[in-house]
Design a protein around this ligand. Structure first.
Ligand code: COA
Length: 709
């Protein structure tokens, strides 16, 4: 293998590891790390470094990493106080170390960002990459290397875990071992001063021993790169993400509806789903999914069958199937044909198959065996309610055997056992054997739901990104003019001009500088009309009394003009009023809102929802990142309550959904190619009957504060 092609491999499969701060004092972290590396069976060279020298577990401690007798060092783990780290990094650079794993705390997490920056800069300039600082280390099964100060007891397996929280990560090493979840890697990210989750995923993607990736993150710094990385992984390996902090911080100061509705978590949630990530709310959920998904084959189709010995848990499972979007097989003939012989007369062959309370392990064997080879049965939920006939040994044997024969067959099966002490014993034994088993029916159905989410995502046909080519030169010219005028927002007529270039239809209108012009333009456009104030200082026009609707004739135009001027001056006596815009009064339709903005984490995102003046109260909006496919735009629309309205209620005609999609594509293309635009919002975008198009009534465009274009 040409290692240059795949640099990150040096971190996971190093030839030599130095531990700077290796101590003979067993209470020190540097000591534990050497202990753990040795205990895990690492086959490369281990170089403990400490100026005191000596011997650690039979290995000579070198006084400096520059010792010429030290061979190739791909990874140096630093466990020394922060004030010594920079000098040690310099020595690593001289030695030709490739990766620095900096355990030490006391950097940007406590405000000492300058020292962290100094270290990373030095490392980068000298061809080294930095993991951390402020981490518990890295475990890599491919190198049998446990370079952490966590538990020695790591189970080798196929789950790769990336964690931003150190303490949680250490706890996870212990928990995975107890739960029987084998690890291919466990990486602590800490302050992410250089390497981040995307870098780690690059390795885990290519690593054949990693079947599933679990990632605990608190915040993403380079979200666009993260999404790009995910786009290459999630069709191949399931990625489970747990993100803490569902707060709305960061969105509060936003200047548009889109901004204030784009609570960081709301965007994160939708964007992760779009990227094919399965998001878990709790650690238990994530572990349950990891355990099942890392072992289960993928289904071939959607038909799920429940086999149970109790009607009650069968009903619970049926409800849970709806909740987790699983489809229960409802082909009565196929069910009868498959389970007829395996079900007592007083049982039920309908889905859920009830083999009744008297069922013993052998009866389960028979019923599960009947579904094993059957075409059209794609996954099985096997539920067991404790009864007096329970024999723990037989039950464990039955589950173990069926778990293996279903896996061999390539058909998913999940087991759930509900009951008391005997059931608890059976669960314990099965967990020790590494077999996924759930004491709660809901959990069992949920893990199958997670498997199906991955299955469906990877089965979706690949689709080209939906975008339009825009005359970006023209757009940039417009933006330059606004910036030259030292503004970060577009006036109504400028926004209108921009929409013309982008290809979004707006009602006919003209800006009048005085009453005479207002009257003249109104007569040109034709009645009924709307009049709106044009002022760079009045952003919320309705609130300022700057809008008049349904103006039928010249007289009403004159009255409205005077009323608008009076109210706006009262609202803000210093506001600069350029005039009014007279605008064709548009017919009624379904009011939607379309937003596009540069998200702090994920770059260009788009928003769709129910429009009008109540958007922020209704909060009926959904988000996606750009680039985006047409299917994903349709999904975004369907997530909102605007969708049934667009389909037409109470005999109404279906609305022009294609027109809405087209507008979203256009705004998405604009926001992703023109990063100087921070926010665009069309509210409302009126959708008319199918084939009759859409019209953008009001458009707001904000620009970044940075100078120049
Ligand atoms: N090169 C090699 N060894 C060095 C050294 C250097 N430049 N400078 C100091 N050392 C030695 C020390 O002499 C000591 O060895 P000794 O026990 O033989 O005297 C050893 O390195 C460790 O230094 P010490 O000063 O004893 O520090 P420590 O072990 O108490 O603490 C850290 C070091 C890194 C553990 C500590 O500073 C720290 O950051 N702790 C928090 C770690 C953490 O929580 N990380 C995040 C987890 S999620």
């Amino acid at each position: 293998m040409n290692r240059n092609v795949w640099d990150i491999r040096y971190l996971f499969e190093p030839d030599g590891v130095a531990i700077i701060g290796a101590s003979t004092d067993s209470s020190k972290i540097g000591h534990t790390i050497v202990d753990n590396i040795m205990a895990s069976g690492y086959r490369g060279k281990i170089y403990p470094i400490n100026p005191r020298g000596g011997d650690l577990n039979g290995i000579e401690i070198r006084t400096t990493i520059k010792d010429p007798d030290i061979g190739n060092v791909d990874v140096a783990v630093l466990s020394i106080p922060s004030k010594f780290v920079y000098e040690a990094v310099k020595e690593c650079g001289e030695k030709g170390v490739k990766f620095l794993v900096i355990i030490t705390s006391g950097f940007s997490e406590v405000g000492n960002s300058s020292e962290e920056k100094r270290i990373v800069e030095y490392a980068t300039d000298h061809g080294m990459r930095v993991l951390g600082p402020n981490i518990f280390g890295i475990y890599s099964a491919n190198a049998d290397m446990n370079a952490t100060f966590g538990s020695k007891n790591v189970l080798k397996g196929n789950v790769g875990i990336i964690t931003q929280s150190g303490a949680l990560g250490i706890a996870m090493i212990g928990k995975t071992a107890i739960e029987g979840i084998g690890l291919s890697a466990m990486i602590s990210l800490g302050n992410k001063s250089d390497l981040d989750e995307s870098d780690m995923m690059e390795y885990l993607l290519k690593d054949d021993n990693t079947k599933i990736i679990m990632c605990y993150i608190e915040g993403v710094q380079n979200g666009e790169r993260f999404l790009e990385t995910l786009s290459r992984i999630t069709r191949r390996k399931p990625v489970i993400v747990i993100k803490s902090g569902r707060s709305k911080r960061g969105a509060m100061a936003a200047a548009s509806h889109t901004g204030s509705l784009a609570g960081s978590d709301k965007v994160f949630d939708k964007v992760m789903r779009q990227a094919g990530v399965i998001r878990a709310d709790t650690l238990d959920e994530a572990f349950n999914w990891c355990k099942f998904l890392s072992q289960s084959p993928l289904p071939r189709g959607e038909n799920v069958v429940i086999v149970t010995n109790g009607g009650g848990i069968g009903v619970l499972a049926t409800d849970a199937c709806e909740k987790y979007e699983l489809k229960l097989l409802d082909d009565v003939r196929l069910m009868e044909e498959t389970y007829g012989d395996a079900t007592p007369e007083f049982g039920s062959v309908k889905n859920p198959v009830d083999i009744t309370g008297g069922a013993r392990a052998g009866d389960y064997d028979k019923a599960l065996g009947a579904g094993l080879d059957k075409e059209g049965i794609d996954a099985v939920l096997s539920l067991y309610c404790e009864t007096s006939t329970l024999n723990v040994e037989n039950l464990v044997k039955m589950i173990e055997e069926n778990h293996h024969r279903y896996n061999m067959k390539g058909k998913p099966i999940v087991f759930s056992l509900v009951g008391g002490e005997k059931v608890a014993r059976a669960i314990e034994t099965l967990t020790e054997k590494g077999i996924p088993i759930y004491g709660d029916v809901d959990e069992a159905v949920q893990v199958l739901g997670a498997l199906y989410r991955f299955f469906r995502f990877r089965s979706e046909p690949a689709e080209a990104v939906a975008e339009v080519k825009l005359d970006i030169g023209k757009v940039r010219g417009m933006i330059k003019r606004v910036k030259d005028d030292e503004r970060t927002f577009l006036l109504a007529d400028e926004a209108k001009e921009l929409m013309k270039v982008v290809g979004v239809t707006m009602p006919r209108s003209k800006v009048a500088r005085n009453l005479d012009e207002a009257v003249r333009y109104s007569n040109e456009i034709g009645y009924p009309l709307v009049m709106k104030v044009v002022s760079r200082d009045i952003i919320h026009k309705s609130d300022a009394g700057g809008v008049a609707l349904d103006l039928e004739n010249e007289e009403e135009i004159i009255d409205a003009y005077q009323a608008i001027m009076t109210s706006c001056r009262a609202h803000d006596p210093n506001a600069r009023i350029e005039g009014v815009e007279v605008c064709e009064m548009v017919k009624k339709g379904v009011e939607t809102i379309i937003g596009a903005r540069q998200d702090n984490n994920f770059g260009p995102v788009i928003m769709f929802g129910m429009g009008g003046i109540y958007v922020e109260v209704l909060k009926d909006v959904s988000f996606r990142s750009v680039p985006i496919t047409r299917t994903e735009i349709t999904r975004m629309i369907k997530e909102t309550k605007a969708y049934p309205l667009l389909l037409g209620v109470r005999g109404e005609e279906k609305k022009d959904i294609d027109g809405v999609i087209d507008t979203i594509i256009r705004l998405g293309s604009l926001i992703s190619t023109c990063r100087e635009i921070t926010d665009i919002e069309i509210n409302p975008l009126i959708a008319y009957d199918q084939g009759k198009g859409v019209k953008a009534l009001d458009v707001r465009v904000l620009l970044s504060k940075e100078k120049g274009v």
